[in-house]
Design a protein. Structure first.
Length: 365
């Protein structure tokens, strides 16, 4: 019988800060597909894989950190969890809070959330508050809220979030047999690049700035760590510019962040891995989204496509080593934001007669 995935806390119990008997809240997250993307090989000269995090229960990588964060909350007296969100965190926090019997409060930047993500948070029963500001304003408010009220913070500044998110690196090594040469991923609030780097380091017998002492002593599994390549949107690229972006703007709402909470950890991941963080335009992001869907069969939201856009740009600039093994993380499912995917596309259809001949003619067969 095939192994039945039990959720990442149980699958990687030796690598996570939980003890036997601790409460575990899981929707069987993790274990996501690592898809061979041969169409991207031809465009880059490398051996490319795509880690499809949109296959998690709520459709994004956020579930990895939410299972660990919400499980830890159950060891406290808190009955309410709160987060600031550009969308995916709200959906995940609301779902895991519901599974745990907790209430969820979500602080959102008004008018900047994709409809699919908003629908998830609402249906899962979260209380939503829209703020006339950006994500950075929302995160500041949530931090102040959790410091002054009996509410638990479940954004990625909560160290248990990154503990869960690091497991994606474990899965990649377990499937490939070793770490890739290069890992490319979108950078918004910068928690994910920090978490992946921690995961790769710990699996190789090292520690990262974000490592917890109790999880960093297991026997090494991999022989190396990858270069970490981060990709930001052109209008929301504080790590590239080296300064806070006061009014970030991009079609990729998931990474529309001007002051990343994990800034120093992301810089450490970049520098310690001898990698880089660059930026791409909205046009490149949307083109990459289309290429990935049409040529590999993987449909992602715009923020996810930033990693693909960054890899393609690096290839055009001659930065991609020939034959390198590269993994690109795509962080969220394309169904999160169908409006952006369909924008500018012809959607009017002239009906034909309900006959084989008419349909075959319409298909030029």
């Amino acid at each position: 019988m095939a192994h039945q995935w039990q959720g990442l806390i149980r699958e990687y119990a030796d690598w996570l800060p939980f003890d036997d008997g601790d409460p575990i809240v899981t929707l069987k997250e993790g274990g996501t597909p690592l898809v061979r993307a041969r169409a991207l090989d031809a465009r880059t000269g490398a051996c490319v894989y795509v880690k499809v995090e949109g296959a998690n229960p709520t459709g994004s990588f956020k579930d990895r950190g939410m299972t660990t964060a919400i499980s830890q909350v159950l060891t406290t007296d808190a009955k309410v969890v709160a987060c600031a969100s550009t969308g995916n965190t709200s959906a995940s926090a609301a779902a895991y809070a519901a599974a745990a019997g907790l209430s969820a409060a979500v602080i959102l930047p008004a008018g900047k959330i994709a409809a699919g993500k908003l629908a998830q948070a609402i249906v899962h029963g979260a209380t939503l508050v829209a703020v006339d500001g950006n994500f950075d304003d929302c995160l500041r408010i949530v931090r102040e809220l959790t410091e002054s009220h009996p509410v638990a913070l479940v954004n990625s500044v909560n160290p248990y979030r990154l503990q869960g998110q690091k497991t994606a690196a474990f899965e990649i090594v377990d499937e490939l047999g070793d770490a890739p040469d290069i890992h490319v991923l979108p950078v918004g609030n910068a928690g994910n690049i920090s978490a992946y780097w921690m995961g790769y380091c710990e699996y190789a017998g090292r520690t990262a700035l974000t490592s917890m002492a109790r999880t960093a002593g297991a026997a090494p599994v991999s022989t190396k760590v990858p270069q970490m390549w981060g990709v930001q949107a052109w209008g929301a690229a504080p790590l590239v510019l080296g300064r806070v972006v006061e009014n970030p703007e991009t079609v990729a709402t998931a990474i529309r962040i001007g002051n990343p909470a994990s800034w120093k950890y992301a810089e450490a991941a970049r520098d310690d891995s001898r990698g880089w963080i660059d930026r791409v335009t909205d046009e490149q992001i949307l083109q990459a989204q289309s290429i990935l869907a049409a040529e590999t069969g993987v449909f992602v939201e715009p923020g996810s496509a930033a990693s693909i856009a960054g890899l393609l740009q690096a290839a055009e600039q001659g930065k991609v080593p020939e034959g390198a093994t590269i993994v690109c993380t795509v962080t969220g499912n394309g169904l999160k934001d169908t409006a952006t995917a369909l924008e500018g596309r012809e959607l009017s259809f002239d009906p034909v007669a309900p006959t084989l001949e008419a349909v075959a003619s319409a298909l030029d067969l």
